[in-house]
Design a protein around this ligand. Structure first.
Ligand SMILES: NC(=O)c1ccc[n+]([C@@H]2O[C@H](COP(=O)([O-])OP(=O)(O)OC[C@H]3O[C@@H](n4cnc5c(N)ncnc54)[C@H](OP(=O)(O)O)[C@@H]3O)[C@@H](O)[C@H]2O)c1
Length: 347
């Protein structure tokens, strides 16, 4: 009698081309902490792909507050998913723009040589793996450095402005954190929808926010958001440090506030303020809602359409070579960044 072994997978394991060197330049972190935990190192290059994965030669990586959360391991809920004592993925970095060098057995959307942008894992390195469903063709009008700054921040912005606040032409929209990564995209997306946008930022970056299309700019150190009551149809609260009662005072009686950001929203879950907003919403005609992270290729395609139409342009304040990723992180945390920063990895 003969026996036939059952296949363990519907797809054969994908091999990495022999042209990929065994090691690569990368940034690594051996534990959670501030930017001092980031150091340049030589790491083994990825050697295997799952069926739905793509290997990307990284031209540029983006830096955002999500990468900061993963670096610091805060809120602590992050560690449940990423590793209790140290990150299981020691190479940080999520946003990526680069060239496909290999695809998993089930990937049909991409082929080696394609220029892509999106969200991967360990993108502060010469090679990074990404799920095919989190990549899209790079907008042809953007450099890799520009494209790498788009994915997480701009997806957050388009979901907050278009899907959650449902901003329409003629509405008055307030964007807090308007000079930052998410805010620099949110202002442009609301302006493109035909809204009259007020941006809130530091005085030093008022010119940037005006250049993004905001009609009015408020200085958070001087101006009181709630000074004009019943005024805004939508508030995209990215800075996340205004009390809910002040946001509600500034909103119209049926307005919507999308609570996107805030680093002080609780060390355990990081969402205390957003959850309070949901509860308040139950008893009010105003809607206070939150944005849960969920990103995919369809969102990237929406952004590409806005970019191609000239409605959305990355505001890249600075670029840093890969070895200076820790300095880029310090500058982001210290508020020295105007809009977004890119980490330049390969040519
Ligand atoms: N919910 C989600 O899915 C999601 C996704 C992405 C990001 N986020 C969160 O959104 C927030 C912003 O992220 P980001 O990447 O845009 O950060 P960022 O690039 O560092 O921008 C921070 C913004 O906040 C402003 N700001 C700083 N201090 C302020 C103060 N005291 N009062 C008012 N505004 C102040 C900054 O203005 P100046 O630079 O002009 O001082 C800047 O515009 C973070 O909390 C992040 O975790 C949430």
């Amino acid at each position: 009698m003969t026996t036939t072994a059952l296949p363990t997978s519907t797809h054969p394991a994908s091999t990495i081309p022999a042209t990929i060197p065994p090691t690569m330049r990368a940034i690594v972190q051996d534990g959670y902490g501030d930017a001092e935990v980031l150091r340049p190192a030589e790491r083994p290059a990825p050697r295997a792909l799952r069926a739905e994965e793509v290997l990307v030669r990284v031209h540029a990586a983006g830096l955002d507050r999500g990468t900061w959360h993963l670096m610091t391991g805060t809120p602590y809920a992050v560690r449940l998913a990423m590793g209790l004592r140290r990150p299981r993925q020691p190479v940080p970095g999520l946003d990526v723009s680069g060239t496909v060098v290999a695809v998993g057995a089930a990937v049909t959307a991409f082929a080696p040589g394609d220029e892509v942008y999106g969200i991967g894992s360990g993108t502060f390195a010469e090679y990074a793996v990404a799920k095919a469903g989190k990549l899209s063709a790079k907008p042809t009008g953007l450099t890799h450095q520009q494209a790498a700054t788009v994915p997480i921040s701009a997806i957050t912005a388009v979901q907050a402005v278009s899907d959650l606040a449902r901003v329409r032409a003629g509405q008055r929209v307030l964007v807090t954190g308007a000079s930052g990564g998410v805010g620099s995209y949110a202002v442009q997306i609301a302006v493109a929808a035909g809204a009259e946008v007020t941006g809130v930022c530091s005085a030093a970056k008022a010119d940037l926010v005006r250049s993004l299309g905001a009609t009015h700019v408020l200085d958070y150190a001087v101006d009181d958001l709630a000074a004009v009551a019943d005024h805004y149809d939508a508030i995209i609260d990215i800075a996340g440090n205004t009390t809910l009662s002040r946001l509600r005072r500034a909103l119209t009686p049926t307005g919507t506030a999308v609570l996107v950001g805030g680093e002080d929203a609780g060390k355990l879950l990081g969402m205390g303020r957003q959850l309070r907003g949901l509860v308040v919403s139950l008893f009010s005609r105003q809607r206070l809602t939150l944005r849960l992270p969920k990103e995919g290729a369809a969102d990237l395609e929406r952004l590409t359409a806005l970019i191609d139409a000239g409605d959305l342009t990355p505001s890249v304040g600075d670029t840093y070579p890969l070895a200076d990723a820790a300095q880029a992180m310090r500058d982001l945390v210290a508020g020295r960044v105007r809009g977004k920063v890119a980490i330049v990895v390969g040519g």
